[in-house]
Design a protein around this ligand. Structure first.
Ligand code: ACO
Length: 352
């Protein structure tokens, strides 16, 4: 029995030109070869100075509304997924809702990092099932550029032919495993109750294990007074701390288990699933998950080479790309899967 939730609209937006791996090698010790081999990433986009998650979200949301054929005032709820909000408070959802013109509509931020879309499907489904909402806008948008461990954006962009200071290069190199994986962007989905029989969420498998918070987190915050100071900069606590190997291990262990569970709950086999739309943190993670599940490569779409890890924006961007190029079609069975800092993870099985 499903609630009939359907994806009726989608859109995405990418800021600026693509930044390739060679550009990163201008500000830190890394190489195109290392990044491609260890992650599958070839380029990514970065949000320009002065823009934030809501600036990326606005065009993505407008495109999603347009493709759904509805106006902002038709929305009953706005969920904004981001780990890089415009302001520490309030969230980016009210900023976006204002700019869209949805005054009075409940709009809130959801902080489940790269797993946020899984949580948004669960919440939107519950809102629609309970009758609290008919149409929910879910946006994922990230401006990771603000935590990138370099200052010389002009050197990176090739606009200035110079070398960063030895200290700046050393800092960027210290954080290189983190810095090479993230890219900015926004994706948006309109989720609506549909009268079409059989469509909607068949099963969900959603989890959090807070014992792993410090495997990937930004140490700066309201535990210190003042919450931001010269020490924050000196000690680099504004840059995320990541145990990449452990996050990798968790993803390749927990995601296959979750996918098997969600299929079991819904009474479908892995073979019956048309698409496994996975978060894109590292191509090697998705290859390992796919191998552990024994599913063919063509069922696990990828855009990480072009975009890097766009965190909460990844799944809605990929869905929009696949809807626009005709890969996603009504009636297909789709399994969404993601793991993110928290650690939050899970999967959703949906007849679209
Ligand atoms: N360029 C060159 N060398 C590098 C780089 C780089 N960019 N990064 C690390 N190295 C070096 C290290 O210094 C180390 O060298 P050493 O052996 O001489 O000490 C070596 O490569 C191995 O380092 P690891 O960090 O163990 O490299 P690994 O193969 O694990 O790759 C990576 C790092 C890509 C981060 C990987 O661990 C990964 O993808 N982990 C998952 C991260 C992830 O998914 N994060 C997002 C979660 S979702 C969310 O919520 C945001």
């Amino acid at each position: 029995m499903t609630t009939g939730l359907r994806i009726t609209g989608s859109g995405h937006y990418l800021p600026g030109p693509p930044i390739d791996n060679h550009a990163l090698a201008r500000v830190m010790d890394t190489s195109d070869e290392w990044i491609r081999q260890r992650t599958g990433i070839e380029s990514r986009h970065f949000c320009p100075e002065g823009q934030g998650a809501s600036d990326l979200a606005l065009p993505a949301a407008q495109r999603a509304l347009e493709s759904a054929g509805i106006a902002p005032e038709d929305l009953d709820y706005v969920l904004f997924n981001t780990m890089t909000p415009d302001y520490l408070f309030p969230g980016s959802a009210p900023v976006l809702a204002d700019r869209l013109g949805c005054i009075g509509v409940p709009a809130l931020d959801l902080r489940a990092q790269c797993a946020a879309m899984i949580y948004s499907f669960q919440l939107a489904n519950a809102l629609i099932a309970s009758g609290e909402a008919e149409r929910v806008l879910v946006v994922g948008a990230e401006a990771h550029a603000g935590f990138m461990p370099w200052r010389d954006w002009d050197i990176l962009a090739g606009e200035r032919n110079a070398a960063p200071s030895p200290e700046d290069r050393e800092r960027a190199t210290r954080h290189r495993a983190l810095a090479i994986i993230f890219g900015d962007g926004a994706g948006a989905l309109v989720l609506e109750r549909s009268p079409r029989p059989g469509c909607g969420i068949l099963a969900l498998d959603v989890h959090t294990d807070g014992r792993f918070v410090k495997k990937l987190y930004i140490p700066a915050g309201f535990r210190t007074r003042p919450f931001i100071s010269e020490r924050t900069v000196q000690e680099d606590t504004w840059i995320p701390s990541m145990d990449g190997r452990d996050v990798f291990r968790q993803a390749v262990t927990l995601l296959p288990q979750s996918v098997r569970r969600v299929c079991h709950k819904a009474g479908v086999t892995l073979e019956q699933v048309d698409w496994f739309i996975a978060h894109q943190a590292n191509q090697r993670i998705n290859d390992a998950v796919r191998e552990r599940l024994g599913v063919p490569e063509h069922k696990v779409p990828s855009n990480i080479a072009r975009l890097g890890n766009t965190s909460a924006a990844t799944i809605p961007i990929l869905v929009d790309e696949m809807r626009r190029d005709g890969r996603l079609r009504d009636g297909q069975l789709v399994c969404f899967l993601a793991l993110g800092a928290g650690v939050h993870w899970g999967s959703v099985l949906m007849r679209i």
